[in-house]
Design a protein around this ligand. Sequence first.
Ligand code: ATP
Ligand code: MG
Length: 567
Amino acid sequence: MTNQPITDVPKSVYTLEDLARLSNYSLLNNLNCDPNATETGDDYAPRQVFSGHYVPVKPTPIANPIYVAHSKTFFAELGFDDSLVNTEDFAKLFAGDITSVPSPMRPVGWATGYALSIYGTEYVQQCPFGSGNGYGDGRAVSVLEAVINSNRWEMQLKGGGPTPYCRGGDGRAVLRSSVREFLVQEHMHGLDVPTSRSLCLFVSQSEQVRRPWYSEGSHATNPDMNVSNPVAISTRVAPSFLRVGQLELFARRARVNQHPEALKELEMIVLHLIAREYHNEIDDELVIAEKVVQLALAFRDRLTTLISHWLRVGYCQGNFNSDNCACGGYTLDYGPFGFVERFDPYYQPWTGGGQHFSFFNQGAAAQTNFDMFCKALQPLLSSTPDALDALHQINLGFASVMQDKTEKMWASKLGLASFDAQLFNQLITLMVQTSVDYTIFFRELSKIPDDISGVSKSFYNTPSGELSEQWALWLQTWRSVLNTQESIQKTAQMMQRVNPKYTWREWLVVPAYQQAGKGDFELIHELQQVLIQPFEEQSSKIENKYYSLKPQAFFDAGGVSHYSCSS
Ligand SMILES: Nc1ncnc2c1ncn2[C@@H]1O[C@H](COP(=O)(O)OP(=O)(O)OP(=O)(O)O)[C@@H](O)[C@H]1O
Ligand SMILES: [Mg+2]
């Protein structure tokens, strides 16, 4: 999911008929459908799904939908003409009504089950049946598998109504969380962080749901009221939505031989994962045991790369359970996420998340998800001890690969040819002591200033006395290392490519979803423009507004600095 040049992709998709011609369900067809499912997909009550990889579900459209936004960048990458979004057919489909889509597109979507592990411990309590058979996509419904410009994509509605996995929920997503997910996916792509992508966003003009949220000016930890918010459907797109938890579900069943097909279903989902996400890296001719080992190696590489990107851009996922960890190695599920503004290594915006999912602990959290991933693969290697041992070694090697990638990333943020632990540790200490804005600091540093005044724009507190001397000394030492390297100008350019100018600042996003709730989408469109090109210099008006320290009033503000839920 790298940035593609978008200019030479011809615009070819103008109508839903064009898109239908690109639909291709060949990989979905390789999976098992839940044998107890209804063909019509009117399957909305929580129930146990004992086997099969997916359940056909017809999404529930939102009432009186209206267009909010689409990703022009992603449209261009897919070869979609912007006018497509204004067609009645397109709006109908992506507001949840798929009943009359042109064939071979299908009028029924699908939802999948998955298991949950939290920081390396298996859970079933979150399933209403206490068995794990009722846990999965509770409000996400996939509606299309298509091959577009040689890439295979799955399109998924979030907030598309209940599924058998809804756990009693209404299957809806509110506008607030949908705007956040819609905007941040394209921001992450702009930051060069692997991610699911945003296609479009529609909101209902008449349907609202009540959710716990914070009153204006609240500093409470948990929401102090219930608020009505319009329901919305955002469509996200990825090569697959397979999560570590998905493999775990089938592995847990295989482990205890829960039904005669259990081991076979695990093998099928693993091969499906390879076909979806790793077909370019794993030779189709290999035997299954070799494929499994290659898969673990490839996922370890992607996952560790992903986390180093998260650290680079100041992203904290907040809730990095195995069911929010995509097997394709990209960011998935933008619920209680946040971006660190005033630097704190233990930054964690989700009040329910705990320190184990905090900013600097994400490498360790990823390791626990990777442990569960490897554990889920084990049943497939029970008769091949050498492969089992290779898997074990790959798992053991996670921490050192993670450390290596993280160090390389820090070196690049600092413009250094190689990581310097002493310099780095001194800097982190100074950043904490002074309270610096993470993004502004590294961006200003990318200009390679001579003295402390060059980075002072990022300071929440002005250092004086000894602290100020320590800063001066640190900058001097850092500059002396840089002087031994390539030209300063080249280093500055390189640093500006890894240290973004613009970042997600929640207090600037809140007004956008608040205005959208009143039918005004202008701020969303303005934010889109800023966030999709975060490394670029933009107008001075934009700079004054968005390249800015977090105002004091928003520190500890409920719904801005922290949130207890994300629905
Ligand atoms: N079926 C549902 N109906 C309504 N709200 C839901 C439903 N499922 C989850 N939620 C809300 O979403 C929050 C996050 O849950 P979870 O991460 O499981 O789902 P999600 O955000 O829909 O997931 P994903 O992006 O991983 O598909 C929950 O705290 C809950 O408030
Ligand atoms: Mg989730």
